[in-house]
Ligand binder design. Structure first.
Ligand code: ADP
Length: 489
């Protein structure tokens, strides 16, 4: 979550999660709102439907009642079986219509009104049938039943008006809800569009633009602008990319600088033996005696040796960097290598006292004898080279439980603490006044030791010389199986 500057910068993951959470929240709110409003709309529509039905049925009932009255009047004037049947049918129709109204009742008031209509209708029918039974003339009958008849018509009118009012109110409710749904859906669309635009703008500012800038910087760097560095802006991961690129570019620049310095050092070191060779050749041509001729040849031979060693080191270092160091393992006694190397170096430097402390038992290691010889040779030649005033050089071999320890100690110039960490690194810049050498020896030594599963360390005191310690795995020959016969050679 924290950029290296220490400022809190959101990560792409946090931002993506927030955007998803916000869109889920908005979607849920929109869905809940739409479900709620559409339920209200549905209920308003249902109310409208039942009010419209009741409204129409109230009118039908009124018409049926009027028809019933007309047919009954005709029957009273002209009693006829067909008219009687017709008015009974009309009465049935009226009762059926009122019965249907029951199923669309929307309120207690309406229920009460329906009860009142039924009571008033019964009162009217009863009054009329009593008058009919007494054969009251039609005019008299109409006059006497007018009031109860009007009461039924009035109650049906009220039912009609009540449903009309409810219908209008439900209609206005429906219009209101409909409007709310439109506003709600519009607002949701606006919020979503704004959200998407905000996310896109944020993505553009905090991810896309910094990545394009980083890409541009990398392209410039690749094209040769070694000082091209990225600007660490945007979200955490993008900043990290820029910072990592800058670190890598700094490391490459440093590596390039040290390689150039290393090359300059090597070129300088190669020049010395070459110059010595040139002088030697002139001296050879001008030699006046056989002895002088042989001495010069000897010098030339040493310079060629030196050149060869430097070139060998360069080749080894290149092989090691390419991961192509070949190690051929075989068990051998490290004491033998040490004795050989001391014999080789002792005559080259009479002012040094070369001494070997070796165990009585073989110090067996499993390794490449030529490569480990290179290790001993390098440590020994360095001990001599960096002890310009002479002195003791002690090589010791010690076999412990699991390891064979080799140490090379001298009384030379020592190594400064700051330099100690660097001496095992290849291709590092060299000091101008350093004794000649490619400066690769110890880095090769370390890689050879590590390739054998061992380790190397240095202890040094600028006043009192240097001690290199190498630890290698001890080789333990396989034990003969119990009961196996041991044949003497
Ligand atoms: P080179 O000797 O060619 O410079 P090496 O890799 O063998 O390269 O050594 C690296 C550096 O370590 C040397 O340049 C020297 O400064 C330091 N060094 C190595 N061995 C000794 C030693 N015995 N005493 C003092 N300095 C040493």
């Amino acid at each position: 979550m924290f950029a290296r500057s220490g400022r809190r910068v959101p990560t792409i993951r946090v931002l993506a999660h927030s955007a998803v959470a916000a869109s889920v929240l908005v979607t849920v709110l929109v869905a809940v709102g739409l479900i709620g409003t559409s339920a209200r709309l549905e209920s308003a529509t249902e109310t409208m439907f039942s009010n419209a039905q009741s409204f129409a049925l109230a009118r039908e009932a009124q018409i049926a009642l009027l028809m019933y009255q007309r047919i009954s009047n005709l029957y009273t004037v002209t009693p006829d079986a067909e008219l009687d049947e017709a008015r009974l049918e009309m009465l049935d129709e009226l009762r059926r219509t009122l019965g249907s109204t029951e199923s669309f009742v929307g309120s207690d008031d309406e229920q009460r009104l329906l009860g009142e209509i039924a009571t008033r209708l019964d009162a009217y029918l009863e009054e009329r049938s009593l008058l009919e039974a007494r054969n009251v003339p039609i005019d008299e009958m109409l006059r006497q039943t007018q009031s109860t008849f009007d009461q039924v018509v009035d109650a049906l009118d009220r039912l009609h008006d009540m449903n009309q009012e409810e219908l209008l109110s439900a209609q206005s409710d429906a219009i209101g809800w409909n409007r709310l749904v439109s506003v709600y859906a519009g607002a949701a669309v606006v919020v979503l569009v704004c959200g998407v635009l905000a996310v896109l703008a944020g993505f553009n500012r905090a991810v896309l633009r910094p990545i394009l800038a980083l890409h541009e910087t990398i392209t410039r760097f690749r094209a040769g602008s070694a000082d091209a560095r990225a600007c660490a802006t945007g979200l955490h991961e993008v900043r990290e990319l820029a910072l990592v690129f800058n670190e890598m570019a700094d490391a490459l620049a440093k590596q390039r600088e040290s390689q150039l310095a290393f090359l300059a050092g090597v070129a300088h070191d190669l020049k010395n033996p070459l110059q010595a060779l040139r002088f030697g050749i002139h001296a050879l041509a001008a030699a006046r005696s056989r002895a002088e001729h042989d001495r010069t040849l000897d010098t030339l031979d040493r310079q060629v040796d030196r050149l060869e060693r430097m070139v060998d080191d360069l080749l080894d270092a290149t092989r090691i960097e390419a991961g192509k160091l070949e190690i051929r393992l075989e068990p051998f006694d490290l004491r033998v290598v040490v004795v050989d190397m001391i014999r080789l170096y002792a005559p080259t430097s009479p002012e040094h006292d070369l001494d070997a402390q070796l165990p009585a038992e073989p110090a067996l290691v499993e390794g490449d004898p030529l490569r480990l010889e290179q290790v001993v040779s390098n440590l020994l030649s360095n001990a001599i080279k960096y002890s310009p005033r002479g002195g003791a050089v002690r090589v010791a071999v010690e076999a412990s439980d699991g390891e064979v320890l080799l140490s090379v100690a001298d009384e030379g110039i020592g190594i400064e603490p700051a330099q100690r960490a660097e001496i095992f690194l290849p291709f590092r810049p060299r000091k101008v006044d350093a004794p000649a050498g490619a400066g690769l020896g110890l880095s090769i030594v370390r890689r050879i030791v590590e390739a054998h599963g061992g380790r190397i360390e240095v202890e040094s005191n600028v006043a009192g010389g240097t001690l290199f310690r190498v630890a290698l795995k001890r080789y333990v020959p396989p034990q003969p199986a119990p009961g196996a016969q041991i044949r003497s050679p």
